[in-house]
Every structure is written in C-alpha cells, then in structure tokens.
Write a protein that binds this ligand. Structure first.
Ligand SMILES: Cc1cc2nc3c(=O)[nH]c(=O)nc-3n(C[C@H](O)[C@H](O)[C@H](O)COP(=O)(O)OP(=O)(O)OC[C@H]3O[C@@H](n4cnc5c(N)ncnc54)[C@H](O)[C@@H]3O)c2cc1C
Length: 533
C-alpha cells in the first residue's frame, strides 16, 4: 500500500508549486523539507533583531503569471509592487544612469545621445527574443527518446511544435536568437553602445549567477534569461513582494495546503527508496519511511543523484554525467540592517533611485576584472555588488526610519583556491563588500548595525545549493532546454520509473518562476492518468 501518491523532496517554491498543481489534480501529495521553514531560496527571515529580509532571492519578475493566477496567489496574500525606478548605476566619476518608466531615455542621453538613439532597437530585439523564451517556459522542451515508442512519437510532435514556434520568427530574428544563445553579452554590447554605464546595465544581467566574464561565450543567454519576466503585466520589469520573497513561498504553500497537500518541515530526505528500478518512496533523516507511487525531487540534480540515491540504482553513464553537472554561480549574499538610508555621491539624499536595483559595477571591464581576480584569489579586489533596499517599498521589514538592504555580490570563487575555506574568509569578504558600497555612498559602512553573511559554502549548507549555485546548475548551453538536466531527461522524468524532476535543475532553470514545478506536475498527472485513467 502506498501511503501517498506523490512525495516531493524540498519545499522550495517549485516543490510547492508542483504540490499545489498535483493536489488540485486530485493526487495525494506530501512535501518533505529539510529546513524548518518552507520556501527554499524564496524565504523571509529575521536576520537581526527587529530586521527581516528576503534571505536569498530578493527580487521578483520571473514568477510566471499563469502560476500566479492558477494558484490564486494574490488571494493567498501575495502582493507584488513595482520599484519606483528600475536600476541605478553610479560611476566613480560622479556620473550615473537611472532607468525606469519615463526616465531611461533621458538619463541615457545625458551619457550618450548615440546610445539613447540605439536603446529602443536593442530593447526591442531583446524583447522579441524574450517573447520566444516566454512561449517555451511552460512547455517541456523536446526530449531525445531512443527507439519508436508512444513516448518517442509524442516527443516528435513536441519537436514539431517547437519548430513551429521558432518558424514564426523571421530569418533576422532567428539570427538574433542564435546570437543570444551562443555569443558573449560583452561583444554584443560593445557593438551596440559606447557608454560604459549602459553596457554595464545589460552586462550585469549577463553575469548574475554566472561565474564568468561578460565576454564569455554564452553570457548573452544569461542576460536574456533575466529579461523574460514581468511584474503586474509589465514585461521586463522587476519588483518587490511585500513581506519579502518569503511571501511567495508562503502564498504557494497556502495554495498547496488548501488543495490538500501536506507539508512536513524539518523532514530532510536521507535516501530515495528504489525497488525494481522504480522510485518507491523516501527515508527521512529521522529514519521514518514514506512510501509513494511517485517521487518528485526539487533539489539540485547532482545532489539528488550523488547523495540521495544509491549509486547502483542508476545507469552508469547517467551517473558519470551527472557527477559533472556544473554548479557554482560565484555568488556571495549579504543582508544588512541599516540605521539610515545610504546617500550616494553621484545622486545624494533620498529619492526613487533608492528603490532601484543599485548596481556597483560601472563597466564591463570592471566585471571582467572581478572574474579574473576571483579565479586567481577567490574574490575580487573591486567586487560587483547589487544593493537593493526593500524597506523603501515595504514597511513590514523593519521599524520606520531604519532600513534593510540586500547585497547580492557576484564573482567569488565557489571554492577558494589553495585549500582555503570560506569559513575562514567570509567576514573579511563581507567587510570588502560593505567597503565597496561605502566608496560610492560614504557613511554606508557606519550605518550598518547588523549583518548576515552567506558565502557559497553557507548557501550550500543552509539551502542545499551545491557550490552555492543559485540556479541549481549553470545556465550554459549544455545544461539548458533539452539538456536540462541531461539529454533524454528533459521531460521531467528521471532515469528510474516514478522519479521526476520539479526544481530549478529542470527546464527552464533557475529563478523564482514556478515553471519547473508547474511543468513537472503536468507530466506526473499525465503519467498517472495513463496508468489509472
Ligand atoms: C542568493 C540567491 C539570490 C537569488 N536571487 C534571485 C532573485 O532575486 N530573483 C529570482 O527570481 N531568483 C533568484 N535566485 C534564484 C532562485 O531563488 C532559485 O533559482 C529558486 O528559488 C530555486 O527554487 P527551487 O524551488 O527550484 O529550489 P530551492 O528554492 O533551492 O528549494 C529546494 C528545497 O529543497 C530543500 N532540500 C534540500 N535538500 C533536501 C533534502 N535532502 N530533503 C528535503 N529537502 C531538501 C532545500 O532546503 C530547499 O528548501 C536567487 C537564489 C539565491 C540563492
């Protein structure tokens, strides 16, 4: 007797999304989560007495509108607001770029009339291709299936559907698509713009969670990946979830529970039970066994296959490949409690720019050097830091007059060279991150009254993000679409019967999207109906 129909490993937002759809579809679902709180990387916690913030993920755009409406997330308490300005990039010489509705063009023209004239065409091209991505987000990519079975025939139709979607693009758009999938963002931006800050604005998106130079081939795709979202119907815009990113996890958890799913916290999975080549349940860290018809995993695929499954249960070639799954987004995350808002030399005092994503990385060369430094020494002398001050938009996070800021720092080595441990260097690197912001906003360091530090190693320990990888695996061409997590398994089905992938290690990858959870649920429900009607 199965105790439940589906066990979901991990109550990140994707595991919860999958649970909600499956429960709505009539299956009995149990989610088991290692942490004491649901939401995975989309959580809000008190990190300093009286100061709450999104601990890991910190800004919203990619969360799929269909997931928001299907799961009635607004009714479950989710409210997303737009930033009053989108991005603010101060430069050491006192110039700056401030983007957002009605202000980007003028701000850009102050730096370069030529770039301002070129912006619309560049954005239009990016937007056209982002529309293609949007069309693919909620469909399983074509999967490679050997032989001639019903599954292979279905995949043939899926491939035809994909070709049809791509066929709608003009030849020039297809060329642009190829560029965005294969080229470096740096090259494309150098060809189009002349101002360092404008290039840095787009280039930053190419290196967020991508431990690579903006001149690395493939970085243009990461730029695109950050462009397919929207906030309240406005494409490409980033916003804030009131109450922090935990509000997303909590709203999805409520939707799942309302549909009948159970969520067990402090219930880490030690092992997936395999019987006759089939996933048959899980054993928890406390020794409890839960049997199920299907097991869906939302954890990093390498973690699942190298730590939670007995190696002799897996095909040898599959295991050998997944061992090489590339993790390590090179990110260092801090939350700081502030006694006062920062004042930037380039634009002093309060203003809408303090609601923006404030990017400290004034040129592509700066980002390139940051990566080279990190490769050599573990971190950069001049690091890339995005500062977001959500308390400028949300008064639920701390007392009036005080503020919380997220520091999202790129380009630290996932593992430090020469046998050094992050445990011995996290404080020193945190000081460097704060000093870097202080250079652009003097007095910032003094205003910090509490801080939380998450090195790549901390991210791995706390959230199960191997190598601290925020996306559950690099967004490189060999780990995307039909190859996520591996050719032959892009249809959310693992190499064992009854085993599914429902987290960011599956298409369309990382970010708070809900898409892998949504897509996996559809496949599980289809398989269930094929078996039981
Ligand atoms: C620092 C950081 C900043 C980010 N910033 C943003 C952002 O601003 N915007 C954005 O859209 N995306 C952002 N991302 C990416 C995004 O948060 C993730 O891609 C996404 O949240 C992953 O969701 P998930 O449900 O697939 O997996 P996760 O959220 O990783 O959930 C997996 C869950 O599995 C649990 N788990 C692990 N091992 C076990 C086990 N053995 N048994 C049971 N449970 C287990 C984990 O505790 C976790 O709760 C960020 C990520 C990080 C880490």
């Amino acid at each position: 007797m199965n105790e439940t129909d589906v066990i979901i490993i991990g109550a990140g937002h994707n595991g919860l999304t999958c649970a909600a759809y499956l429960a709505i579809g009539g299956l009995r679902v149990k989610v088991v989560e290692r942490r004491k709180v649901a939401g995975g990387a989309a959580v809000t916690e008190e990190f300093h007495p009286g100061f709450r913030n999104s601990v890991a993920a910190y800004t919203v755009s990619l969360l799929n509108p269909k997931v928001i409406s299907d799961l009635k997330l607004a009714e479950h308490g989710l409210k997303i607001v737009e930033r009053r300005a989108q991005n603010f990039l101060p430069a050491p010489d006192g110039s700056y770029l401030l983007t957002g509705e009605g202000r980007t063009r003028q701000s850009l023209a102050n730096l370069s009339e030529r770039d301002a004239a070129r912006l619309d065409a560049f954005n239009h091209r990016l937007e056209e291709i982002a529309d293609v991505l949007r069309a693919f987000v909620l469909r399983a990519p074509p999967n490679i299936v050997e032989g001639l079975s019903a599954r292979a025939i279905r995949e043939g139709f899926n491939a035809l559907g994909t070709a049809k979607l791509l066929g709608r693009l003009s030849l020039e758009q297809q060329r642009a698509l190829l560029d965005l999938f294969t080229r470096s963002a740096g090259e494309m931006l150098d060809e189009t713009f002349e101002s360092d800050l404008v290039k840095a604005l787009f280039g930053f998106d190419a290196i967020v969670g991508n431990y690579a130079s903006p001149y690395a081939a493939g970085s243009a795709y990461v730029m695109l990946h950050h462009a397919f979202g929207e906030v309240n119907g406005k494409k490409g815009v980033w916003g804030h979830a009131i109450g922090g990113m935990g509000a997303i996890g909590q709203a999805i958890a409520r939707a799942a529970k309302e549909a009948g799913a159970e969520i067990a916290l402090d219930a880490g999975v030690r092992e997936v039970i395999v019987e006759r080549d089939r996933a048959a349940g899980v054993v928890l860290d406390n020794g409890e066994t839960i049997r199920a018809r299907y097991v869906a995993s939302s954890v990093n695929p390498k973690l699942l296959y190298t730590r939670l499954l007995p190696s002799d249960a897996l095909p040898a070639d599959f295991l050998a490949r997944i061992k090489n799954w590339r993790n390590g987004s090179g990110t260092f995350r801090m939350n700081v409690a502030l006694s006062a808002p920062p004042s930037f030399t380039a634009l002093p005092g309060p203003g809408d720019h303090l609601t923006a994503g404030i990017i400290i990385a004034p040129s592509l060369g700066y980002m390139d050097r940051a990566w080279l430094d990190a490769r050599e020494g573990g971190w950069s002398r001049e690091p890339v830091v995005e500062v977001l001050i959500p308390s400028t938009l949300d008064d639920t996070l701390c007392a009036p007059g005080q503020h919380v800021a997220s520091l999202f720092c790129q380009h630290v080595a996932p593992e430090l060279p020469s046998g050094k441990s992050w445990d011995n260097h996290r404080e020193e690197v945190a000081d460097l991150m704060i000093a870097t912001v202080d250079r652009y906003a003097p007095g910032f360091a003094k205003s910090v009254i509490g801080r939380q530090i998450l090195s790549p190693l901390d991210l791995e320990r706390q959230f199960g993000l191997l190598g601290g990888d925020i996306f559950h695996g690099a967004l490189t061409l060999n780990q995307l679409f039909s190859a996520r997590p591996m050719l032959g398994h892009a249809d959310y089905r693992g190499p064992l019967k009854g085993l599914y992938h429902c987290g960011s290690g599956a298409h369309p990858g990382g970010g708070v999207t809900g898409a892998p959870g949504h897509n996996a649920a559809r496949v599980i429900l289809r398989d269930h109906r094929a078996l039981f009607g």
